[in-house]
Design a protein around this ligand. Structure first.
Ligand code: MBD
Ligand code: FE
Length: 304
């Protein structure tokens, strides 16, 4: 038989096989293809609409912006909500809330002990120091934790993705000292906006949505025996703080800023004038399984 109804075609697509394949991939593909067949039928999708969507997907992939779309359509936050729900069920509560990694993490940033200038000695913007400790749930310091920090420059650009920036600019890994302390100097970052004239902005324009994120700084905190924490903090006062296109703002992750802090004690960071400071502790849960503490795949991954 080579004449099919929609349902017969779907059944065939979903069941044809010559080898076992991967059961999970088969099940997920079947579900997604079924949902799309249904969408096309119920929404009466035309061939032109279908092929322009396919063209958009091709351009999206070629542009390396798939991770912007997942964030902007809420999938990244969805995964966090689901992880929080699973933790709640398992009684794994407490510690600094997780927040989405986003698509702009790059593994392998230069390391420093206890403190570093993330801005590489080229201040552009308000001088900002963020400092604190990595602690466990009992409030004990976690020495030798690795605090991976990354954020945007004054134009909202991230190194490795934004033209003209140096490799690993505004990206560092700071190892906490014996008291679990870290601190870094940088320039207060502005918000982020999706690239104009891109596949991502095309979709957001068609949706009537903006593509702005409030000012934020990303962290990936790893320590022996501790559950890896991916999070970000928001800088208060941003127009988009409660209107993040990636839906990532969370209670407990908006830092407080202290302005006009005296420079004494911050000479090693090259500070001689009053500056802006924020104190923030990262509180880690204990790891239950080894892979929670040693996320080598995460650390080695480069996302585009
Ligand atoms: C970002 O800087 C970001 O953090 C996310 C989640 C998406 C796009 C840009
Ligand atoms: Fe970001």
């Amino acid at each position: 038989m080579a004449e099919y109804t929609q349902q017969q075609l779907l059944d065939l697509v979903n069941t044809v096989q010559v080898a076992p394949g991967n059961a999970r991939v088969r099940a997920l593909t079947q579900r997604i293809v079924s949902d799309l067949f249904k969408t096309i039928d119920e929404m009466d999708v035309s061939a032109d609409e279908f092929w322009s969507a396919v063209d958009w997907l091709s351009r999206l992939g070629a542009s390396g912006q798939t991770g912007l779309i997942t964030a902007g359509l809420g999938f990244d936050r969805l995964l966090d909500i689901r992880a929080d729900e699973a933790d709640q069920k398992a009684g794994r509560v407490g510690g600094t809330p997780r927040a989405i990694e986003g698509p702009l993490f790059v593994a392998g940033a230069p390391t420093a002990k206890a403190e570093v200038r993330v801005d590489e000695g080229e201040p552009r913007g308000e001088v900002f120091v963020m400092e604190g400790q990595v602690l466990d749930l009992a409030g004990q310091p976690v020495p030798h934790a690795m605090v991976d920090v990354w954020h945007a420059n004054e134009q909202g650009g991230y190194s490795h993705f934004f033209p003209g920036m140096k490799p690993y600019e505004l990206r560092r890994r700071i190892e906490t000292d014996a008291q679990g302390q870290y601190r870094f100097r940088t320039a207060l970052p502005p918000g982020y906006s999706i690239p104009p004239n891109s596949p991502t902005s095309e979709l957001f324009e068609a949706l009537g949505r903006h593509g702005h994120r409030p000012a934020h700084i990303h962290f990936l905190v790893v320590a022996p025996g501790k559950r890896t924490l991916t999070t970000q903090v928001n800088i208060p006062g941003d127009t988009y703080i409660d209107d993040d296109f990636a839906f990532a703002t969370r209670d407990g992750l908006v830092v407080e800023l202290e302005r006009d802090v005296a420079p004494a004690g911050y000479e090693s960071l090259g500070i001689t004038q009053p500056f802006v400071r924020s104190r923030f502790n990262f509180v880690l849960q204990n790891a239950v399984t080894e892979d929670e503490a040693l996320p080598l795949t995460r650390m080695e991954r480069v996302k585009a």
